[in-house]
Every structure is written in C-alpha cells, then in structure tokens.
Unconditional design. Structure first.
Lengths: 173, 93
C-alpha cells in the first residue's frame, strides 16, 4: 500500500453502467475525478488514447490510431488479435466536435454501424461521461449483440478472468 | 421480422402445418426460448426469458469491457492531472 497524503481523498472506484435504453440504443456511463477538459484531452489525443482504449486483458494490440478531431475529420483504428488472421480496422468520421463537452462520430466499418455520441458533463470538478450508441434499426443492434457474442468470446473470457482475478484480489481472498 | 406472432402466422411463414408448428413451439417453450399466451382463440408467441438473459449477459460483458477501458483512462487522466500540477498550468495560460 502506498501512503496517502493527508487531505487527499482516498480514490473510490467509479462505477461503469451499461444499459440498452431502447430498441436501437446502448448507453454507457462513468464518472471521472477530473475536469472535463482532461477527460476530453485523453479521448482526443492519439498518444493518450492509445494508452487506454485497448484493455491489456483483451489480448488485442492497437497497431495504429489516427484521429483528425474536427467536424468532418476522420479516424481509423487498427487492431491485431491472436485469434484474428488479419488486422481489424474501425473507422468513421466526426460529425460533431464541441471541445471539452461533446463528440459525435460514425462507425463505418459496417453498413449498419451505430452513431456514437459522447458527452462530458463537468460538475464540482468531476466529469460525468455518457456514451450513447444509436443503431439505425432494432435489427442492427440485435445483430451487433449476436455478432459480437460470437466474434469475441475469447476476448470476453480473458476479460472475465482478468476482472475476476482483480475482484478476488481486491477482496483480499 | 422480429415481433410477437401467432402460431398460425408462424406456421404460414415457415410453410409448416399448424400441428407441426405447435410441436416446434412446445420444444422451444420448454427450453424457455419462447413463451406463449392464449387470448381467446389465438395463441401468441414471444421470445422467452432465456433470450433476454443472453442479452443481459452480453450487456454485462460490454459493461466490463468499458469498465476496464475506463480504469485505464483513469490512469491516463491522473497522469495529466499530475503534469498540470507540476507545470502550474503555465502552458494553458
């Protein structure tokens, strides 16, 4: 254990929530103990983005990351994964860019890709991040759920192992 | 199409006899993949609790993926905070 300086609040783990809010929409939320401009900076600067987007536990490697964060600008992420023969690419365009407050981008790797909206709401020095993924139809979201379930079992299994191991560690078992 | 449907409609869609479709649905119902409800003379079929559980499990997996990502993001942000403190926010003027 690292000694904590006095007056510095002990960090509490912020909870990530996920829900299917409608037939077409998935919503993820999380609070960060930092002003919105820092969360936004970590999200929109490739050198920083690379450090957090791919959980080590996923087994995937981020090969490249390009982000032209302005309205109409494009992004492209390429991953390698031991179970995939060729790199996987994810790409699209930024539709809205409001510095420190809001990002909207398309996901164009499939015809039925979602439009992702991330908002950064700062209050009392903390930032509530809300990410909405709006699919073009109920069928598109249903297929994304079924497809990912089949395509990523290893990833999720590794992630499960990682989280279980860490959860057990945190409880001192 | 994904929606609630009567046994008659399902039988027509899959070109089966009513009796054949009833047997199929009976099996799916036992496996909790489908539930049925009889209103008047029409038996309506809808997706059962097993399907919903699978979706809930997927959403929980999805949450865990983002949770791991956001934990890593916390680390990046903490580093930014330390850097700002050190630099006294001079650069941002």
């Amino acid at each position: 254990m690292v000694a904590r300086r006095e007056g510095e609040p002990a960090p509490t783990r912020n909870r990530t929530t996920s829900e299917r809010r409608s037939d077409r929409e998935l919503v993820i939320t999380r609070t960060f103990d930092a002003p919105a401009r820092l969360v936004f900076e970590a999200w929109t600067t490739p050198e920083l983005f690379k450090q957090w987007w791919v959980p080590k536990s996923s087994g995937a490697t981020l090969l490249s990351c390009a982000q032209d964060v302005r309205v109409g600008g494009s992004y492209r992420l390429e991953f390698a994964h031991p179970t995939a023969a060729t790199p996987m690419a994810f790409f699209g365009r930024y539709v809205e860019v409001v510095p420190d407050a809001r990002l909207v981008w398309t996901n164009e790797e499939s015809a039925d890709g979602a439009v992702t909206t991330v908002t950064f709401e700062e209050k009392d020095g903390k930032t509530l991040l809300v990410m909405r993924e709006l699919y073009p139809s109920k069928q598109a979201l249903d297929l994304a759920i079924e497809g990912m379930d089949g395509a990523m079992p290893e990833t999720f299994e590794q992630l499960d192992e990682f989280l279980l191991a860490r959860g057990a560690g945190a409880e001192g078992i | 199409m994904r929606a609630d449907a009567s046994v008659t409609v399902l039988a027509e869609r899959f070109h089966m006899t009513l009796t054949g479709m009833k047997k199929h649905i009976g099996v799916l119902e036992q496996a909790e993949l489908v539930t049925t409800e009889k209103l008047g003379r029409v038996r309506t079929c809808r997706l059962g609790p097993r399907r919903l559980e699978e979706e809930a499990a997927w959403i929980e997996n999805y949450r865990q993926l983002w949770d791991a990502r956001f934990d890593a993001l916390d680390t990046v942000i903490e580093e930014l905070k330390r850097k700002e403190k050190r630099d006294g926010r001079k650069k941002r003027g």
